[in-house]
Design a protein around this ligand. Structure first.
Ligand code: PEP
Ligand code: MG
Length: 570
């Protein structure tokens, strides 16, 4: 009898294959006395070299498959192995105390891990995790223990693991790894985001897959509905093979739309853009036929490092995106740090409510050196494409005016320095705080565009933390309160002849799309892999019909009724 485990659908598609259990074995370390310390040091150096060789391969793989920011994790691991403070301390310990390399490495790395872990600083704590990861790799070589590395897989499997670390994910070979399921994680966890960009079907957060599944068991991973089927019957296999074929056929249909414009059944054009986090993501944007970048989250440039990026580094990243997009619109958002996105090296005090705290534009307006450096980089890059600048977390008109003022000051300085800066940069804001949505008629007179950030707008309107499982039932994109706010923003913008986009997750949601079309949204910005399905859906919808239905929908009482109505009428 088959058994079905439910989890979170993290990456679409169906995978059918045998289970490969990815484990991290415990390493048993014994302390021994050695006579020939010279030989022992050599044995240690050889293990370090092997670990370096592995990391080099993983890093290059990550660079090709996942981009520079993910590859940087492994560059950091390599640096640990080149750090004389650690490596020389191990060698000295072997020589002075006549102990074996395993115990010397274990003790010295343990000392560093403890030291970093005790610091009240997230960045340093991450360094502890790096050292732990790297020292395990070296110890495995010393002990001759084989990790079940995803890189060693040479037949078709689905991976089962408690969680996948970035180094595991970077080693996945798409030819053999058909899918994966994990015990922990959510839709926005690291492994989930990576699986979507690699287009590997995945189910995460099942809580029990590692407990219930043993190696070699036949499995179906249903990344469309978030299910793992253990030991499927012939009937189930048949059913899911059909579902797999249907999904493949659907993807092939979508792929035909890659060079098409997005046109509704009644001839209306809607712009479909994609969200990115790094310049490497532009490849996916173009492959999926997006018409622009609707949101470039620049904070990733600032994360995973120990100091602020320089103006030159930022300029190169922004220019790369603009050049690759070849004149298509690119909306770059200024630094939106805070909430769940921390920058430990800024050493900001801990807050009771980080989502309501000192973040994003609030921080930029106070620490203006950080803001001005970014604006200069953006302005210089503007000469290389179609740049639009967007400020995050705007709550008042005073904030918008101040931010714009700083931008204009930097522009004037650059012009005086004879640096070329585009004269057509639109300046817009994220509408993600209810006060700004309510006052959008006033904002619309001063901004060039709005982009509605529903990820935050929903959490602030419903007072339901977007990261908290226990209140997730209140996180309701289809609540008429949210829909009315969106309508208010779109109407206000259109009255002043301004355009409105949406760059929150809701923009790519098949239930929301007909409503947003009816409300008159001009630009939908979503993850790149959602662009073609959205284009296909929009081509079958009529804008005039959607407009009619929207009146009914906005008069509903509860989110559930909205969903039912959309399912029955579109
Ligand atoms: C949003 O809040 O909707 C948004 C797009 O920004 P982020 O998810 O980066 O907060
Ligand atoms: Mg936001």
């Amino acid at each position: 009898m088959s058994e079905i485990i439910s989890g979170i659908a993290a990456s679409a598609g169906i995978a059918i294959a045998k289970a490969f259990i990815l484990e991290n074995p415990e390493l048993a370390i014994e302390k021994k006395t050695v006579e020939n310390t010279g030989l022992e040091v050599e044995r240690f150096s050889a293990a370090v070299e092997k670990a370096k060789g592995e990391l080099q391969v993983i890093k290059e793989n990550a660079l090709k498959e996942l981009g520079e920011d993910k590859a940087a994790i492994f560059a950091a691991h390599l640096l640990v192995l080149e750090d004389p403070e650690l490596i020389d301390a191990v060698k000295t310990k072997i020589q002075n105390e006549n102990v074996n390399a395993e115990s010397a490495m274990d003790e010295i790395s343990g000392m560093f891990i403890n030291m970093f872990e005790q610091m009240d600083n997230e960045y340093m704590k991450e360094r502890a995790a790096d050292i732990r990861d790297v020292s395990k790799r070296v110890l495995a070589h010393l002990l001759g223990v084989q990790f079940s590395s995803p890189a060693s897989i040479s037949e078709e499997v689905v991976i089962i693991a408690e969680d996948l670390t970035p180094s595991d994910t970077a080693q996945l070979n798409r030819k053999f790894v058909l899918g994966f399921a994990t015990d922990i994680g959510g839709r926005t966890s690291h492994s989930a985001i990576m699986s979507r960009s690699m287009e590997i079907p995945a189910v995460v957060g099942t809580k029990t897959v590692t407990e219930k599944i043993s190696s070699g068991t036949m499995l179906i991973i249903d990344g469309l509905d978030g299910k793992v089927i253990i030991d499927p019957s012939n009937e189930e296999l048949g059913m899911y093979k059909k579902k797999q074929e249907d999904y493949k056929a659907q993807k092939a249909e979508w792929a035909k739309l890659v060079n098409e414009k997005t046109t509704t059944a009644d001839g209306h054009h809607a712009e479909l853009a994609a969200n990115i986090g790094t310049p490497q993501d532009v490849k996916g944007v173009l492959e999926n036929g997006a018409e622009g970048v609707g949101l470039y989250r620049t904070e990733f440039l600032y994360m995973g490092r120990d100091q602020l990026p320089t103006e030159e580094e930022q300029f190169k990243a922004y220019r790369e995106v603009l050049e690759k997009m070849e004149g298509k619109p690119v909306v770059i958002r200024t630094l939106d740090i805070g909430g769940d996105k921390e920058l430990p090296y800024l050493d900001l005090p801990k807050e009771m409510n980080p989502f309501l705290g000192f973040r994003a534009i609030r921080l930029c307006l106070e620490q203006q050196d950080i803001f001005r450096t970014q604006l200069r980089a953006l302005l210089r890059a503007s000469a290389y494409g179609n740049l639009k600048i967007m400020f995050p977390m705007i709550a008042t008109l005073v904030e918008f005016r101040s931010a714009k003022q700083v931008l204009l000051e930097e522009k004037e300085k650059l012009v005086n320095e004879n640096v070329s800066v585009s004269d057509n940069i639109e300046i817009g804001i994220m509408v993600e705080i209810p006060s700004t949505a309510v006052l959008s008629d006033r904002f619309a007179k001063e901004v060039d565009f709005f982009s509605i950030g529903t990820n935050d707008l929903i959490q602030y309107t419903m007072a339901a933390d977007r990261m908290n499982e226990r209140v997730s039932y209140l996180y309701q994109p289809y609540n008429p309160a949210i829909l009315r706010l969106i309508q208010m923003v779109i109407k206000a913008a259109h009255k002043e002849g301004k355009w409105v986009g949406m760059c929150g997750e809701m923009a790519g949601d098949p239930i929301a799309i007909p409503i947003l079309l009816g409300l008159g949204l001009d630009e939908f910005s979503m993850s790149a892999t959602s662009v073609l399905p959205a284009r296909s859906q929009l081509s079958k919808l009529s804008k005039t019909e959607a407009e009619k239905h929207v009146e009914t929908i906005l008069n509903m009482d509860i989110a559930e009724d909205v969903v039912k109505f959309v399912n029955e009428n579109f």
